[in-house]
Design a protein around this ligand. Structure first.
Ligand code: SF4
Ligand code: SF4
Length: 137
């Protein structure tokens, strides 16, 4: 009987306190500004310098570029850009070295899939991953 009273007292005391849990996934979880989530890629900003590929500690980025078809413009444009999220450790190094901020971290952390093949994300997927892009890169 004492145990029941103690439990009831604890429940009543905590009923009026602010909730510490979220109704996820219906309610999104507030994340810190510097959260390192799945990258967003801006193909139009990429100058195909390969710095992100060279710095990546897990070799999970591969890209190809081609000569800019516009005769008035120099340099290359991006052709393919893939990240293998099976081995990406979301370390942020690729976004840190990118001189044009073509690749940035986001607050998106939802990458659960039934197949490992689905963790291989291409340019189009990374371009469309633009929810909650981190303000400060
Ligand atoms: S976050 Fe790190 S591991 Fe992932 S692609 Fe960028 S550099 Fe590579
Ligand atoms: S570092 Fe940036 S600009 Fe250079 S290839 Fe990577 S994404 Fe493109």
């Amino acid at each position: 009987m004492m145990g029941l009273a103690k439990g009831l007292k604890h429940t009543l005391q905590n009923m009026s306190k602010k909730k510490v849990s979220y109704n996820y996934p219906d309610e999104s979880i507030p994340l810190p500004e510097r959260f390192r989530g799945i990258q967003k890629f801006y193909p139009e900003k990429c100058i195909v310098c390969n710095q992100c590929v060279n710095v990546c500690p897990t070799d999970c980025i591969d890209l190809t570029g081609k000569k800019n078809p516009d005769p008035d413009k120099k340099g290359k444009i991006i052709e393919t850009y893939n990240i293998n999220f099976e081995i990406c450790i979301l370390c942020d190094l690729c976004t840190e070295v990118c001189p044009t901020e073509a690749i940035v971290m986001t607050n998106n952390f939802e990458l659960a899939e039934y197949s490992r093949d689905e963790l291989f994300k291409d340019l189009q997927w990374l371009d469309e991953n633009d929810t909650n892009v981190r303000k400060e890169n």
